[in-house]
Design a protein around this ligand. Sequence first.
Ligand code: SAM
Ligand code: SF4
Length: 335
Amino acid sequence: MSESKNILTDKFNRQHSYLRISLTERCNLRCTYCMPEAGVPLSPKSHLMTYEEVYTIAKTFVDHGVTKIRLTGGEPLVRKDFSTILEKLASLSVELSITSNAVIIDRFIDDLKKYGVKNINVSLDSLNKEKFTHITRRNNFDKVYNNILKLINEDFNVKLNAVLMKDFNEDEIVEFIKFTKNLPISVRFIEFMPFDGNKWDKSKMISYAEVMQYAEEAFNKNDILRLQDAPNDTSKNYKIKGYKGSFAIISSVTNPFCDSCNRLRLTANGQLKNCLFSAEESDLLTTLRQGKSIEPVIKKAIEAKFKIRGGMDTLQKLEKPQLHSKNRSMITIGG
Ligand code: SAM
Ligand code: SF4
């Protein structure tokens, strides 16, 4: 077992126990920060992992020490065999969770419960219907909002992910925090990150420091409680005294959390990414289809992992589009 555990430990002694699996490159929304307006070229179906391949690859990771798997996408629920995948993965000794835009999640509540999914992250970038429609290029606010309330009622642990952008939703930071007053949810503000085709630039980003400034202007400083972050947590967690829920900031740009990174990503077409920001990929699916062991490919990918953000260790490097434009759009990585 110690030999097998080693393949998921990198040269900075980070042990990778968390795998995010993207199930599809497709989505029923079109968030501007996630995919280019013209869409993304989709992989042919034959290049995507079947549910058996998802299971086989996932099992290899679990055998080597992965204890958490998050299903993501694209929108994982648009995949026709989503429930079959869930059923297969539930047979592994692993904690299963999902990230979804929640547009159709009400149809899956029974299956999510049946297969032991408790933690659900939902993207919601605005509490305002018109703004939601603008950012997602789709008119699904009411469905998403009602489904979030439904998930809470059904006792799932719900986290809301809101990507913050200047002149779009920064004026809603305080409203989002107030949303946690009577609801047992965590709202997580995410710094806008650069990916292929999303027209990122630093001036559009709202930083961790700015979120705290908004919070401190709206609430009594003594009522903003810093919470203990979970091990390997990517977020800095806070709570307003007396509120049922909490809020957090995911500051990948201004304050990267690479030191304690335990994450790996598997794209829907079976490529292993050792870092969200890395353009490098390792082809597990082709190796598997050739009937070869994927373990040496995984080992090599982990050994090649950079210390910080796929080698973009300074904000200056991150700001150079030529350094990240080789990376995929978020929709095809799986956030
Ligand atoms: N469709 C699902 C959803 O929206 O929750 C799962 C996939 S989505 C790619 C996963 C997460 O990535 C979402 O919370 C989304 O907000 C986040 N994301 C996408 N593009 C991003 C960007 N440029 N910067 C920061 N977060 C981003
Ligand atoms: Fe779809 Fe999620 Fe990307 Fe929005 S963030 S386009 S919901 S994959």
